[in-house]
Design a protein around this ligand. Sequence first.
Ligand code: CMP
Length: 149
Amino acid sequence: MSLIFAAKLYNMTNRTFTMIKPDATEKGNTGGILQMINKAGFRIVAMKMTHLSKEKAGEFYAVHKERPFYGELVEFMSRGPITAAILEKENAVEDFRKLIGATNPANAEEGTIRKAYATSIGENAVHGSDSNENAAIEGDFFFSKLEQF
Ligand code: CMP
């Protein structure tokens, strides 16, 4: 294995992907959420604000295509601007899932982003990758390699 490849592999396993969703953008919570992310020790290595088309939102969440909430999810995620970012930290995927809290904010623990900012299971303020493999796929969905620092 070349050193460059090994370094890339190392970085990938210490990165996760997040989106600050349209509900949080609408309420002006982007800054507050980014502050929680930074305070928890994550380094932002890519970031952009964008507005997903229905087609792009559907593509991003294609894994949920057969779920009853898919249509609602696509409508919601294309409702307004989101902020997409790649975050770096040791054990990034797992630690970020802890920081965001349960999908349903009613079950989210005190101190989590969803406890502070989410309103429902659908409008839950942030997305976080569920595995290293998906973190890499989702990051590459939004950012070219040149945009990942
Ligand atoms: P996220 O972590 O972005 O991944 C999939 C999303 O689907 C999830 O957050 C929720 O926003 C949404 N979701 C999951 N379950 C439901 C549900 N029962 N009803 C509506 N949306 C849901």
